[in-house]
Write a protein that binds this ligand. Structure first.
Ligand code: S3P
Length: 169
């Protein structure tokens, strides 16, 4: 793996992609890209507003365009939204641009990390733990298909960063 390649941190909501990604980028002196943040900035509205006003499929197309753009770049730590695995083309583009790692966590850990957040439209209605379990259940084969998996339960951000760096070197 050349050091110019990207590192892509996939995973369900609340698996630590953003916090691990930020810290990892600092440690490796790479540029961190949070895909949701880029989309929000470019669209001038929140992810929840994009879902509500333009629909989820529009959001997925914005993600798809950004994956293609970022996969042509190098030296970036990239944190996509949890739904990026829904389009297999996203995974093959990322795989060809660098190291792809899937962060994992149990539904209970995920709930603990996202329970106070207001910006995740898919978890807005109903019981959050049930919602997490049901979406995770639908997507589990897609996450499991990523060859490099890193569990994050009970680990600090620094611990997970250490584990990513071990895979990278
Ligand atoms: C989504 C995850 C979110 C965000 C959007 C949809 C998903 O990102 O992209 O709410 O489908 O899992 P995070 O994984 O950063 O929360």
């Amino acid at each position: 793996m050349s050091r110019g390649k990207n590192i892509v941190l996939l995973g369900f909501m609340g698996t630590g992609k953003t916090s691990v990604g930020k810290s990892l980028a600092k440690r490796l002196d790479m540029t961190f890209v949070d895909m949701d943040d880029v989309i929000v900035q470019r669209e001038g509205k929140s992810v929840s507003d994009i879902f509500a006003q333009d629909g989820e499929s529009h959001f997925r197309q914005l993600e798809r365009n950004l994956v293609q753009e970022l996969s042509a770049e190098s030296g970036k730590v990239i944190a996509p939204g949890g739904g990026i695995v829904l389009n297999p083309d996203n995974i093959s583009d990322f795989e060809s641009s660098g190291l792809v790692i899937c962060l994992t966590a149990t539904p209970e850990t995920i709930l603990d990390r996202v329970k106070d957040d207001k910006h995740r439209p898919l978890l807005e209605e109903g019981d959050k733990l049930e919602k997490i379990k049901s979406i995770l259940d639908k997507r589990i084969d897609l996450y499991n298909a990523i060859s490099r998996q890193l569990p994050t339960d009970g680990l600090s951000v620094d611990d997970v960063v250490d584990n990513v760096i071990e895979l990278y070197r």
